[in-house]
Design a protein around this ligand. Structure first.
Ligand code: SF4
Length: 391
């Protein structure tokens, strides 16, 4: 396929998320290319808001290159409080432009913590720089997106231009041996194709063998344009599945599958991760010297509780309230354990947005986090290198 490259100068590069991403713990993102030759048929970035192409097929054929990405990053990043940034893109064009490498160098120089999620093993070419960052106590959190270990010919129907799964696990192994915290994003699980126990277990088992420390599962979400595109691929694979998808996505009106499906998938991965001694959530990197480290951990507990509720099929008010509590705790500039100690629950209730129910949830999370502080070694066990130490 002929690839067209369009170079241009972007106006800005850092995207600040409205809310903290409670899956990957990122607060920012910055990527140097638009469009992707890996061409995954399920890719959510095919939606117009991420990839503004008139013809959706151009997402794979026309790669837009933000040639000034590192310069912009250098200018913009110092303005933001330090927190994880999802960065780079190691699709083949990176060999020519090296923009992701130069962006990493900026993060290195500014001591800015990074998160990298890749399908491409090309990222290994920058392992030395990542290792250097970790050795200087700059947080480096990594992961590889892997949805199946089954027959590669079928997988290529859904990820036609992406590197092989074998190469991704090899890259993971190299990262793990270099001491980087890494694992698998089993996202998105394609219903009725890759959601069987055998596939889930094999991905988890190979993650373990490759030195990964977590497997995060997520179901397929379907936006408008993405749904049309993915359904074409589904027709080529097995048209009889279309009616099942239609039902699972509430007659094609829902963005996500039915909550019971999501809960069941999450529970199975939770169980399998426990079997292999892996985590099914990424532990939040919390710098030990951060003034609000305690609040960060309390927010993490609240987000984790919300996630565990979804595994029980609870997606209503309580789950929403826990996430809201996480967001509020994370936005505070005072240590909430001090507030609780000096003013009791009334002090928590005085914070904007916290009512009696949320204050009880937050108090209980504070007590859980406090209990951990007495056992710092337990927290240290979570992370294999000092850049991710907490408390
Ligand atoms: S690797 Fe696949 S899922 Fe990721 S951006 Fe590229 S096309 Fe989308």
């Amino acid at each position: 396929m002929k690839i067209t490259i369009k170079e241009y100068k972007a106006r800005r590069i850092v995207n600040k998320h409205k809310y903290l991403d409670s899956w990957f713990w990122t607060r920012y993102s910055a990527h140097p290319y638009i469009g992707c030759v890996h061409g995954c048929e399920y890719c959510y970035t095919r939606e117009e808001k991420y990839a503004p192409y008139d013809d959706p097929a151009d997402f794979v054929r026309t790669i837009k290159v933000k040639t000034n990405a590192p310069t912009l990053l250098q200018k913009e990043l110092p303005r933001f409080p330090r927190d994880l940034i999802s960065i780079g893109d190691w699709q083949p064009i990176e060999k020519r432009y090296r923009l992701s490498r130069r962006m990493l160098q900026v993060c290195h120089d500014l001591k800015f913590p990074v998160f990298i999620l890749e399908k491409s093993d090309l990222v290994v070419q920058d392992l030395n720089l990542l290792r250097q960052m970790a050795s200087k106590d700059i947080t480096v959190l990594t992961g590889f997106s892997i949805i199946t270990t089954k027959d590669d010919k079928t997988r290529r129907l859904f990820e036609p231009g992406a590197p092989s799964v074998k190469n991704r696990f090899n890259a993971m192994r190299k990262f793990a041996r270099a001491g980087l915290y890494t694992g698998t994003a089993l996202i998105p699980v394609l219903p009725y194709i890759y959601d069987d126990d055998e596939n889930l277990e094999e991905v988890i088992e190979r993650t373990k063998r490759s030195g990964g420390q977590y497997v995060l599962v997520g179901s397929l979400t379907l936006g408008r344009r993405q749904r049309e595109w993915f359904y074409d691929a589904l027709r080529r694979y097995d048209p009889s599945l279309l009616q099942h998808y239609e039902q699972l996505y509430d007659h094609n009106t829902a963005y996500a599958p039915h909550p019971n499906y999501v809960a069941d998938l999450g529970r199975r991965v939770e169980k399998l991760c426990a079997k292999y001694g892996l985590r099914d959530r990424i532990p939040r990197p919390i710098p030990s010297n951060h003034l609000l480290a305690f609040n960060m951990r309390v927010a993490e507990i609240l987000y984790d509780r919300a996630y565990r509720l979804t595994l029980k099929g609870v997606t209503g008010f309580r789950e929403f309230a826990l996430r809201k509590a996480g967001r509020i705790v994370d936005s505070q500039s005072q240590d909430l354990s001090d507030v609780l100690e000096k003013e009791g629950r009334a002090g928590l209730r005085a914070i904007h947005g916290i009512g009696p129910k949320l204050s009880a949830e937050i108090e209980s999370a504070i007590l859980e986090a406090k209990a951990e502080v007495h056992d710092r070694s337990d927290r240290a066990k979570v992370f294999s290198y000092s850049a991710l130490l907490s408390f």
